[in-house]
Design a protein. Sequence first.
Length: 69
Amino acid sequence: MKYIAYAAAAIIGLFMRTMAAYSIGWTTYRMDGHDILMAFFGIVIVWCVRGMFMPATKKPRNRSDKNDR
């Protein structure tokens, strides 16, 4: 479930330039390496945003180690 946002960002990034080109009338536009780069940047953006707003997972503290000293 946690990878759905990354997959959606990659698909949106991959087809974003294509849709923009078709919306302004460039019917001869072909996908190239820039579209793959946009998909990668979409994944990076999701990764950064999730890192900013999602709380970090904390390891449970084992209190029995303190008592063994």
